[in-house]
Design a protein around this ligand. Structure first.
Ligand code: PLP
Length: 398
């Protein structure tokens, strides 16, 4: 007898390869000891939150005796938290945002679900360039949509012709993610402008907005002074979705947000729909504690994190060079997406597992032949993997 829906069965089967590897990591660590498993599978930031977060938590604890101190609030978040967020995002995105242009959510994942819940009709298509963060498929499908992938060029930059060919009357949005998980690429303003031109013309043709959903939780991690241009000044139908999961190391606290262009028509209706979705999807409102932590952390320097990850990136590149593995040096984020020797990512993942090294097959990101490695991991763990990578690559080639 069918205890779950067919769609859920399918989702479980397709599963998230990242989560599967995370679970395997836990199992292997129990078996061989924490120190002996070199786990580069999950993007769980390992740096502590800024010290102000610890102070904010202590202050909050002192005030918990106030009535309803951990109670519900407006479904978009506390007014003071939205105001602080809007002020910060106005600086970051280069447009004047008010608290009515932003909504707080349970992580970027929650914001994306609330947005798609608000704008998708059944069987609407949402486009994403491969490789992409595998969870997008589920976030779109949760709300009756279909994720359609669009190939990128060899350097993982958008293939504009392929994008134009993928657009149909059903196209509702394009998701971009820069700095990118898993490739680390960052789109220049020139690239964004070309994407916008294509979406503008598609919106006109379709007679409804084709949104540009910019998922940017890694905006703070751009190496070598690379700039991450903002989409809001470029396109009326741009929506920024992000979180403080990675930036302030509070992924488990689930604080994310969405921000729309202040110029979008029917803004109140769109924001009202997203806020309603926040509520009826069962998130109800963003977490209370997370909002206090966010408020305290806003504006904290991320320079230290940037230099820590930049160093790890260099070490990882050196290890891959030493093993003769091809890769494109990431411009941002904390992932690297090398080619599997001989092009067989599953075989390479197996060879790495024999060395107790965990990565994720490119198939989890819609692109076979590559693997994703996350360097949100201590430097000494990365160093320890050097010989293992070499042996695994030699074995995969033989
Ligand atoms: N988008 C991308 C590209 C991610 O890598 C992640 C998390 O790994 C998310 C969204 C979800 O982030 P959050 O923890 O804020 O929901």
């Amino acid at each position: 007898m069918a205890v779950v829906s067919e769609m859920m069965k399918e989702s479980i089967e397709q599963g998230s390869l990242i989560r599967q590897m995370f679970d395997l990591g836990i199992k292997l660590k129990q078996q061989y000891g924490e120190e002996n498993v070199l786990d580069f599978s999950l993007g769980n930031p390992d740096l502590p939150p800024p010290p102000v977060v610890q102070e904010a938590m202590a202050d909050l604890a002192k005030n918990l005796n106030r009535p309803a101190s951990l109670g519900y609030m407006q479904n978009a978040g506390f007014a003071w938290a939205l105001e602080a967020l809007a002020e910060e995002l106005s600086k970051e995105q280069g447009v004047g945002l008010s608290r009515f242009d932003v909504m707080l959510s349970c992580g970027a994942a929650g914001a994306m679900n609330a947005f798609f819940h608000s704008v998708l009709e059944r069987d609407d298509e949402v486009l994403a360039f491969t490789p992409y963060f595998g969870e997008y498929k589920f976030y779109v499908r949760n709300h009756g949509g279909i994720l359609k992938t669009v190939p990128t060029r060899e350097d993982f930059m958008p293939d504009f012709d392929a994008l134009e060919k993928s657009i149909t009357p059903k196209t509702r949005a394009l998701i971009i993610n820069s700095p990118n998980n898993p490739t680390g690429v960052i789109y220049s303003e020139g690239v964004l402008k070309k994407l916008v031109a294509i979406l503008e013309s598609a919106s006109k043709k379709n007679g409804r907005p084709v949104y540009l959903v910019s998922d940017e939780p890694y905006r703070y991690l751009a190496y070598d002074n690379c700039q991450v241009p903002s989409v809001l000044p470029l396109y009326t139908y741009a929506v920024v979705i992000s979180s403080f999961s990675k930036k302030y190391g509070i992924a488990g606290e689930r604080i994310g947000y969405l921000a729309v262009s202040p110029e979008i028509e029917d803004k109140e209706l769109l924001m009202g729909a997203c806020i309603m979705s926040n509520r009826i999807l069962g998130f109800v409102n963003p977490p209370v504690v997370g909002q206090y932590l966010m408020k305290a952390a806003l504006g904290s320097s991320t320079e230290n994190a940037l230099s820590v990850y930049a160093k790890r990136r260099e070490i990882f590149c050196d290890i891959l060079d030493n093993a003769g593995i091809e890769y494109q040096k990431p411009m941002g984020a904390f992932y690297i997406f090398p080619k599997a020797p001989d092009g067989d990512d599953e075989l390479f993942i197996k060879c790495l597992q024999e060395e107790k090294i965990l990565g994720v097959s490119g198939k989890g990101f819609g692109l076979a032949g590559y693997i994703r490695l996350c360097y949100a991991v201590e430097e000494r763990v990365i160093e320890k993997s050097r010989e293992g990578f070499k042996r695994a690559a030699d074995k995969a080639r033989s």
